[in-house]
Design a protein around this ligand. Structure first.
Ligand SMILES: [Zn+2]
Ligand SMILES: [Zn+2]
Length: 316
């Protein structure tokens, strides 16, 4: 992996060796922090008392809606990727000492990246407004359609007019320089466009490039080839909403507007065998792979794919 190679290159230059130095160096390196891996409505889901949700209720480790942070510990710099209904508790996963001080000053983030206007991906912005954090003006990167949606609908419109959401519409496919160590590129994907269009984000940090694509209707309906997109990044975090068409009673496989996990693995097995990392996220509460001890999670691991976990760090 590039990160490992990069580390050893750095370690050679500055004369570090041994596992304790490993962690010392890693602590200073930028990383993506997984804040949640569940579908929009989280896990457990409201009013759902099936065994899987009950099990999630009793877990020590929480399951939150899919989201992540980009963390630059050296520079005390933080970015949020999607704002979920679980945001209040999710931010507790940010353990860098400087983060709480920044939140105290109402400036938790240097920027917010949004994928689309389905509830799991932006509704957490609400508690950053005047009834909650009272966030200072924060650059908010999204598509022009998403920016229009936020501007023209309450309560988001108030956050825009108050200047809290400093909207920065981006053009799909173009790289944007966010700061001296981060570039970001939005890629439009086909996904139910009730309120906005949808993008996946590609983040290029000092050591790795990470794709974050939590929602897509179908790999086959995308105008890009998912194999090519995955080949061009170091780590791909991808939509794993459903494992099988039997998960939702009364629905055909054709009705489930997401690629099923085994199909995604079939399409990307060659990339994984070639050394690319594919990490699944955005799992619906019906997806058995949410639990590490399930047969489905074991199959994902056996094939060389991964399932994201809350608190996981991926070098950036
Ligand atoms: Zn979603
Ligand atoms: Zn969606």
């Amino acid at each position: 992996m590039i990160s490992r190679r990069h580390f050893f290159a750095n370690a050679a230059v500055i004369g570090l060796c041994g596992p304790e130095r490993w962690s010392a160096l890693q602590r200073a390196d930028p990383y993506a922090l997984i804040l949640g891996i569940a579908q929009d409505a989280g896990m457990p889901q409201v009013g759902c008392y099936v065994e899987r949700c009950e099990r999630a209720r009793s877990r020590e480790r929480p399951r939150y809606a899919a989201s992540m942070a980009l963390v630059y510990p050296d520079q005390d710099r933080y970015y949020l990727v999607d704002a979920t209904p679980d945001i209040t508790r999710q931010l507790d996963l940010l353990e860098e000492p400087g983060f709480r001080a920044r939140a105290d000053q109402r400036r938790p983030f240097d920027g917010i990246f949004l994928t689309h206007a389905h509830i799991g991906h932006y509704s957490g912005l609400a508690v950053l407004g005047r009834e909650g954090l009272g966030m200072a003006p924060t650059p908010t990167y999204c598509t022009p359609a998403m920016a229009d949606f936020l501007t023209n609908n309450g309560p988001w419109g108030l956050m825009v007019s108050e200047g809290r959401l400093d909207l920065r519409p981006v053009v799909s496919g173009e790289w944007n320089r966010i700061d001296d160590q981060l570039q970001a590129r939005a890629l439009l994907v086909p996904h139910r466009p009730e309120y906005s269009d949808t993008v996946g984000w590609v983040f290029r940090g000092p050591t790795q490039t990470i794709l974050y694509l939590p929602d897509i209707d179908s790999w086959e309906r995308w105008d890009l080839d998912v194999e090519d997109v995955v080949a061009a990044v170091d780590v791909a975090l991808l939509d794993a909403s459903f494992y099988s068409g039997d998960e939702v009673p009364g629905r055909n496989i054709e009705d489930l507007p997401h690629p099923l996990v085994p199909h995604s693995m079939d399409r990307l097995q060659g990339r994984v065998d070639a050394g690319d990392r594919v990490v699944f996220t955005h799992l619906n509460n019906t997806n058995p792979a949410l639990f590490e001890d399930s047969r489905e999670a074991a199959e994902v691991r056996r094939r060389g794919f991964e399932i994201a976990t809350e608190g996981q760090r991926i070098p950036l």
